[in-house]
Design a protein around this ligand. Structure first.
Ligand code: NAP
Length: 254
């Protein structure tokens, strides 16, 4: 049985695990960081929590005799992707990155790209604005520097403790989100500017389409750079890569 590690936390990782779980020739483990309180159910055995940096992950790959590692983490999860690149190299394990293509601006979009959350906060300016924030709940500290704005924060789990800001509302939810629902939410809260990551894919595109329809400005966090790797965009391509990688390893007698 070939042993495969999928680094997950995304819908792609779950779908890939689902497809691979149907195969009798593979033992698949899915790794999650453990960020969400109630992670979505997964179709294969799951391990949860950090590995302890590059050394810890390289040791895991060796101890578990992993034959291939698939980094299907979120495009903004830069640390784990860098660690996976270094650990796979160290342990001589073939590595693939599954990465959703970013959204591309289309007619009517009013996007400004910013380097990080702090830059997004500065781009809001001095005058009070009504801001829809769709970032991770652990990424919100920079907003404390701009208490004049009215914020609506959406996250998977509640923001706890709440932000020490005078004007902030919260909504929890896990995608997919529909455009019509996001449009209604943004209208109800009289949102003037949206702050988001360029996550790609369909599950969280509703807010982008809604912002376009409503003529709302979007401050879009630039994607972090990724270490060079064979990369694919879809689960199907990942399955083809895996077959090729495992066949090549067998042919080499590894
Ligand atoms: P990150 O900054 O790249 O990773 C920080 C540390 O968390 C890593 O060094 C690693 O700890 C641990 N880690 C991250 N992903 C892991 C995984 N799949 N399995 C085991 N350990 C993991 O990651 P992040 O941005 O906090 O994201 C955490 C997780 O949430 C990822 O799995 C990602 O796919 C998912 N996610 C992230 C975003 C986002 O916007 N960043 C959005 C949706 C989902 P050690 O160094 O100790 O190994």
């Amino acid at each position: 049985m070939a042993r495969v590690l999928i680094l997950g936390g995304t819908a792609e990782a779950r779908r890939l695990a689902e497809r691979l779980s149907a195969r009798g020739d593979l033992a698949v483990t899915l790794s999650l960081a453990g960020r969400t309180a109630t992670p979505a159910p997964q179709p294969v055995p799951v391990r949860i929590g950090g590995f302890g940096g590059v050394a810890g992950l390289a040791r895991y790959l060796a101890d578990e005799s992993i034959d291939a590692v698939i980094d299907a983490t979120h495009p903004y999860a830069a640390a784990i992707s860098a660690n996976t690149a270094a650990a796979a190299h160290r342990a001589s394990v073939p590595r693939l990155v599954v990465c959703r293509p970013p959204w591309i601006a289309t007619a009517g979009d009013r996007w400004t790209e910013v380097g990080d959350v702090g830059a997004a906060v500065r781009a809001l300016g001095e005058a009070p604005r009504r801001v829809f924030v769709t970032l991770g709940r652990n990424e919100l500290a920079p907003f404390l520097a701009a208490p004049q704005h009215h914020y609506l924060v959406r996250s998977v789990d509640p923001v706890d403790p709440p932000l020490a800001l005078p004007h902030v509302g919260y909504v929890t939810g896990r995608g997919p989100f529909k455009e019509a629902d996001d449009r209604a939410l943004m209208q109800a809260h009289r949102v003037e500017v949206l702050i988001a990551k360029n996550s790609g894919g369909g599950a969280t595109y509703g807010k982008i389409a809604a912002a376009r329809a409503l003529g709302i400005e979007v401050l879009l966090l630039r994607r972090p750079p990724t270490p060079p790797a064979p990369a694919v965009a879809t689960v199907e391509e990942a399955m083809a890569w895996l077959d090729h990688a495992l066949t090549s390893a067998t042919a080499r007698g590894v």
